[in-house]
Write a protein that binds this ligand. Structure first.
Ligand SMILES: Cc1cc2nc3c(=O)[nH]c(=O)nc-3n(C[C@H](O)[C@H](O)[C@H](O)COP(=O)(O)OP(=O)(O)OC[C@H]3O[C@@H](n4cnc5c(N)ncnc54)[C@H](O)[C@@H]3O)c2cc1C
Length: 293
């Protein structure tokens, strides 16, 4: 039984924003895979909901703008991201990440927008979106604004969404993906239907001869209270031969992270995962980019 006081089915983004303004205590529901769990657990019992679930025409799908930027509608399901031809052809690492959330049913219902708006450090798409320096376009009663993902996370479960605002687009600027190869590793206690003990996403751009790391982006989930970039590690490997970079990146990443102990794993184990998986993620990304490693 779900204890829901009311649910309003919005017919457009403008209508959803109006409905939220008219009912300030109402909560947005998209795929509902986070919200409904909380309602069932009693944490949101008796809540009022504004559903954007039927706004697929405005809020779902992946497109490529004339300038090459890739735009993802927040209502696109995990599955929709993974199977998008545009994602497969340009940013396969993002599809690799969304393909590791939950199981097949969850991936057909949960949306990438919900995954970004829930503000959770273990969100499987979040570290790759951090590595890609995604830009989040939000719309509210006063119009649209863009938030770099580096400024999005404000604390556990808190993101930079003002009252009555909706996430309406996730933009991946062309310069942030073109020429990069990537790899996402989710370490979990089992291979499906489990939240990440640690998630690591690495993007790498190699020199023309594929021997040197020209640029790298490394980001983690569950290495701190919110998804995070490992900027010291990135700086440490820029300009290094690939094999040296693979050896160096894990130790350097320890400067950046701040994991905690939870029932899933101890802080010490997560630190070990950060060190080991950073090297593995970089090695596989470099291999995909053409390095002989
Ligand atoms: C069995 C199960 C397994 C799971 N496994 C994983 C997993 O392995 N990895 C993982 O990352 N997650 C997992 N999840 C969590 C969940 O599926 C994801 O976080 C999913 O992306 C949430 O999307 P949703 O559309 O269902 O969000 P909803 O539940 O509809 O919403 C989530 C939050 O985002 C807000 N929101 C949603 N869309 C918008 C928008 N466009 N604008 C503003 N606010 C918005 C809502 O108000 C709410 O606060 C799992 C959940 C379940 C139930």
């Amino acid at each position: 039984m779900y204890d829901i006081a009311s649910i309003y089915q919005a017919v457009s983004v403008a209508d959803a924003i109006r409905a939220l303004e008219a009912d300030p205590s109402a909560l947005v529901i998209a795929g509902g895979t986070d919200v409904l769990i909380k309602i069932r657990e009693g944490k949101l019992a008796g809540c009022r909901l504004v559903s954007i679930h039927e706004l697929g025409e405005e809020l779902s799908g992946v497109t490529q703008a004339p300038n090459g930027d890739i735009e993802i509608g927040p209502l696109t399901t995990f599955r929709g991201v993974t199977f998008s031809k545009i994602i497969r052809g340009n940013i396969p690492v993002l599809g690799e990440a969304t393909d590791q959330a939950g199981g097949p049913q969850l991936r057909a219902a949960g949306t990438i927008g919900g995954n970004v708006c829930n503000g959770i450090t273990s969100a499987d798409s979040a570290s790759t979106l951090m590595a890609l320096d995604a830009v989040l376009r939000v719309r509210g009663p006063r119009g649209e604004r863009e938030v770099p993902i580096s400024q999005w996370y404000k604390g556990v479960g808190k993101v930079d969404l003002a009252p009555y605002e909706l996430l309406v687009k996730i933009v991946i600027p062309r310069d942030n993906y073109e020429g990069y190869a990537g790899h996402y590793i989710k370490y979990a206690q089992r291979s499906a239907m489990d939240i990440a003990t640690l998630g690591v996403s690495c993007l790498v751009k190699l020199s023309g001869d594929k021997k040197v790391v020209e640029d790298a982006a490394l980001a983690f989930g569950v290495a701190g209270p919110v998804p995070m970039r490992a900027t010291s590690a990135e700086a440490a490997v820029r300009g290094l031969p690939v094999e040296q970079a693979v050896t160096a990146i894990g130790k350097a990443a320890l400067e950046d992270v701040n994991p905690r102990t939870s029932w899933r794993a101890s802080k010490e184990f997560r630190i070990q995962l950060v060190e080991e998986l950073s090297g593995r993620a970089l090695a596989e990304a470099a291999r995909r980019g053409g390095a002989a490693i």
